[in-house]
Ligand binder design. Structure first.
Ligand code: PLP
Length: 237
């Protein structure tokens, strides 16, 4: 059986091959290890192997894990990203516990996150979730809504708008995977052409990270390829 450290090494090799194929620098792509449904011990194993950025989907589970990891590794400088659906009455623990939020799809949520972000923590990094065609979930702003939403979010004082995120429908064909990611890249390029200086494309998971990197992903969100198959589904709090 492979360990988390072995899996991280294999994912690293996949990322290295993809950035080379794309002619991009390795430093342009951050690996976000998605630890949802796995215990703090699994995160600690990944930390011991050098991983520092982790993604969580379920708020209650994530907040407990963040505290447990901080107790065990107070000096590890771990960066936590919230990548799950956001309920508007549950924004405060997101604003206080996480460094990044990838799943903002409405201005009202962004306003609450900005109001509730403790200024001493510095701005909360935000990606807007976009529902590109063939989206696996119904979540996300439509491409039409995006420019206005981005302009409004960029004004909020305690947030820093970083870019876009999408979860395309799983596809086995790499050409179809790339076509979906190309749409998100083009939406980011359109924002930049409008003067909204986003620098992040959060796209690509265990099954399609190579295609995402070839289309310009700057964060790949990888769960099962690192931690193994998720065999229980915990619903959000
Ligand atoms: C679970 C999840 C991932 C990781 O998926 P894998 O296929 O296990 O790599 C990435 N992004 C989001 C938003 C997720 O919910």
């Amino acid at each position: 059986m492979s360990t988390i450290a072995d899996n991280l090494q294999a994912v690293e090799a996949t990322i290295a091959a993809a950035v080379q194929q794309a002619g991009r620098a390795r430093s342009m792509v951050q690996l976000l290890a998605v630890s949802k449904t796995f215990p703090a011990e699994a995160v600690l194993e990944a930390i011991a192997a050098g991983q520092r950025a982790f993604g969580e989907n379920y708020l209650q589970e994530g907040v407990e894990k963040i505290a447990a990891v901080a107790r065990a590794q107070p000096d590890a400088a771990v960066e936590w990203h919230f990548i799950g659906p956001i309920q508007s009455n549950k924004t405060r623990p997101i604003a206080t516990n996480f460094a990044w939020v990838h799943t903002v799809e409405r201005l009202k949520i962004a306003q609450r996150l900005s109001e509730q972000r403790p200024p001493e923590l510095g701005p909360l990094n935000i990606c807007l979730q976009v529902n590109i065609s063939g989206e696996a979930t119904k979540s996300g702003a439509t491409p039409n809504e995006l420019p206005e939403l981005a302009r409004a979010v960029a004004q909020l004082p305690n947030l820093r708008l970083r870019g876009l995120m999408a979860i395309p429908e799983p596809q086995a064909d790499p050409a179809l995977q790339r076509a979906a990611f190309a749409q998100l890249r083009q939406l980011g390029e359109a924002l930049r052409a409008d003067g909204i200086l986003v620098d992040t494309l959060s796209m690509g998971m265990s099954g399609d990270m190579t295609a995402a990197i070839l289309e310009g992903a700057t964060i790949v969100r990888v769960g099962s390829a690192i931690f193994g198959t998720r065999n229980y589904h915990k619903d959000s709090e």
